[in-house]
Design a protein around this ligand. Structure first.
Ligand code: PLP
Length: 441
C-alpha cells in the first residue's frame, strides 16, 4: 500500500491522512469524498524546485500542469510556493486569477485554443502562449496587435519520442493531435513564421512525450531531439531559443505494478533531464536555455485518496462478488476511460488480512463503472469505509454529473486541520442551469 508519513494507518489500523482519521473525515464531510494531503503536495513542489535549481544552476522553473487538479485552493498553494502553472482553457485561467494567482506565471496550452480564449488570455496578460498550430500564429499575432502588446510564445513540438505507457495517453507519436512535428519540418516552419511576427516574441520550444512515464531514457532521447532542434534554429536563423520546456508525464504509484518512489526518486526525473541537457549543451555547443518542466500527476496524484461508503454487496456465488460504493465513474472516470488501475483498503481495517477477491463497483448505470476490477480485501460490509489511493490527479478534474450524481466535495488536510477546497454540490447546483423552453410549457 502506498503509505507515507502523512498518510498511513494508526495503531488501530485506521487510515490517517494529514493527521485526521478517515472515519472523522467521513463523519464530518460525508462520502464520497476527495481528500488531499497538502503536506505531500508542498513537499513535492519544493523538492522539484530545489532539484531543478540545484541540477541546473538556478536556471529552471517548475510549472504545475493544473489540468490534473484545478480549483482555487490548489492555485493558492502554487502561489505560496512561487510555482509556475500550466492552464488549458479560459476556465482554468479564470479560476487561477480569481484565486489571486499571478497569471503572468502561466503557460497556456491547447491544441485548439478558441479565439475567445486567446483574447481572454492576452487581455489578462498571460505569461506564455504555447502555440500548437500554424493557424494559431496569425490569430494570436492579430489579437496582440489589437491589444498593442508583444506576447511571449513557445511552440509545442512533437519530437516523435514514444514513451512506454498506455497508448491512450501517449501524445508524442507522429500521428498525435498535439504539436508540430520536428522531423517533417513543420516545427521549423512555425519558428520561421513566429520570428516574422511583430507582436510575438519567441520564448521557447516545448515537448510533452506522454504521461505516467517511468522510462527515463524517453526523457534523455527527447532532450537529444529538442537540443538538436534548438541547434538547428540557431544555425538557420541566428536566434538562440531562450527556453526549453520538457513537459511533464512523470509516473506515479497507483498499484504494486508501478515502482514505489521516494521523493528523491521523483526528483530523479528532473535530475536526469537536467544532466542530459547539460551534456547536450556541452557536446553540441548550444547556448544554455532556461529549463522548464510541467508535472501534473506527480504533484497531486499521490496526495489524493477518495473515501467511499459500502452499500449493496452483490455476491454471484462462485463467479464474482461486487462491493458497491456510493461513488463511481462520476468522480473517477479513469478506469472506464482507459482501464486505469488502483489500490484500496477498508480505511478502518488497513492491517486486516485479505479474505476474498472482489470488484469495487460504482453506482452509475454503466457496466463499465468499476473502480477496481479485482482486489483482495478483508470482508467488507455495508457502511464500511473504502479508501482508494492515488486519486488526486485527473479524478476531480474529470468529474461529471453523470446520472445527476453530485460531484463530491474536495477536502484538504494538513497537520490535523481539514477544510473544503471544493464544497459539495447541492440539488440546487445540479439544476442551476436547467431551463424548460417556453414552447414546452
Ligand atoms: C498533461 C500535460 C502535462 C502534465 O502531465 P502529467 O502526466 O500530469 O505530469 C504537462 N504538459 C502538457 C503539455 C500536458 O498536456
Amino acid at each position: 500500500m502506498n503509505y507515507r508519513e502523512s498518510m498511513k494507518p494508526n495503531n488501530d489500523g485506521e487510515l490517517v491522512i494529514g493527521g485526521v482519521k478517515a472515519s472523522d473525515l467521513s463523519k464530518k464531510y460525508g462520502t464520497p469524498l476527495y481528500v488531499m494531503d497538502v503536506a505531500f503536495i508542498k513537499s513535492v513542489c519544493k523538492a522539484f524546485k530545489y532539484t531543478i535549481n540545484k541540477c541546473y544552476e538556478g536556471f529552471g522553473a517548475v510549472a504545475f500542469a493544473s489540468k490534473a487538479f484545478s480549483c482555487k485552493a490548489i492555485y493558492a498553494i502554487m502561489k505560496k510556493l512561487d510555482m509556475n502553472i500550466d492552464v488549458v482553457s479560459s476556465g482554468e485561467i479564470y479560476t487561477a486569477i480569481s484565486s489571486g494567482f499571478d497569471i503572468s506565471k502561466a503557460y497556456f496550452h491547447g491544441n485548439n485554443k478558441l479565439i475567445s480564449e486567446l483574447e481572454f488570455a492576452v487581455a489578462n496578460k498571460i505569461g506564455v502562449v504555447v502555440i500548437d498550430n500554424i493557424e494559431e500564429i496569425d490569430l494570436l499575432d492579430n489579437i496582440c496587435k489589437k491589444n498593442g502588446v508583444v506576447q511571449k510564445v513557445n511552440i509545442r513540438t512533437n519530437p516523435g519520442v514514444e514513451a512506454h505507457t498506455h497508448s491512450y495517453i501517449q501524445t508524442a507519436k507522429i500521428d498525435s493531435k498535439f504539436g508540430f512535428s520536428i522531423e517533417n519540418g513543420d516545427a521549423m516552419q512555425a519558428i520561421l513564421k513566429i520570428l516574422q511576427c511583430k507582436n510575438l516574441s519567441l520564448n521557447g520550444v516545448n515537448c510533452h512525450i506522454g504521461s505516467q512515464i517511468f522510462d527515463c531514457n524517453a526523457f534523455r532521447l527527447a532532450v537529444d531531439v529538442m537540443t538538436d532542434f534548438i541547434l538547428e534554429i540557431s544555425k538557420q536563423t541566428g536566434y538562440n531559443v531562450p527556453e526549453l520546456n520538457m513537459g511533464g508525464g512523470f509516473g506515479v504509484h497507483y498499484t504494486k505494478n508501478d515502482p514505489k518512489y521516494t521523493l528523491e526518486d521523483y526528483c530523479n526525473y528532473i535530475n536526469i533531464i537536467a544532466l542530459a541537457l547539460k551534456d547536450a549543451i556541452a557536446s553540441k555547443g548550444i547556448h544554455k536555455p532556461r529549463l522548464v518542466v510541467e508535472p501534473g500527476r506527480s504533484i497531486v496524484g499521490e496526495s489524493g485518496i477518495t473515501l467511499y461508503s459500502v452499500g449493496n454487496i452483490r455476491d454471484i456465488k462462485g463467479i464474482k462478488k461486487y462491493i458497491c460504493i456510493d461513488g463511481g465513474m462520476f468522480d473517477n472516470i479513469r478506469p472506464a476511460l482507459y482501464q486505469a488501475e488502483y489500490e484500496a483498503v477498508i480505511a478502518t481495517k488497513c492491517n486486516a488480512p485479505a479474505e476474498e477477491t472482489v470488484s469495487i463497483a460504482g453506482k452509475c448505470c454503466e457496466s463499465g463503472d468499476i473502480i477496481i476490477d479485482k482486489i483482495n480485501m478483508p470482508k467488507a460490509k455495508r457502511g464500511d469505509l473504502i479508501a482508494v489511493f492515488t486519486t488526486g490527479a485527473y479524478g476531480y478534474s474529470m468529474a461529471s454529473n453523470y446520472n445527476r450524481n453530485a460531484i463530491p466535495p474536495v477536502v484538504m488536510v494538513e497537520n490535523g486541520k481539514s477544510d473544503y477546497a471544493v464544497k459539495p454540490q447541492t440539488f440546487e447546483d445540479i439544476v442551476r442551469n436547467d431551463n424548460i423552453p417556453d414552447f414546452l410549457k
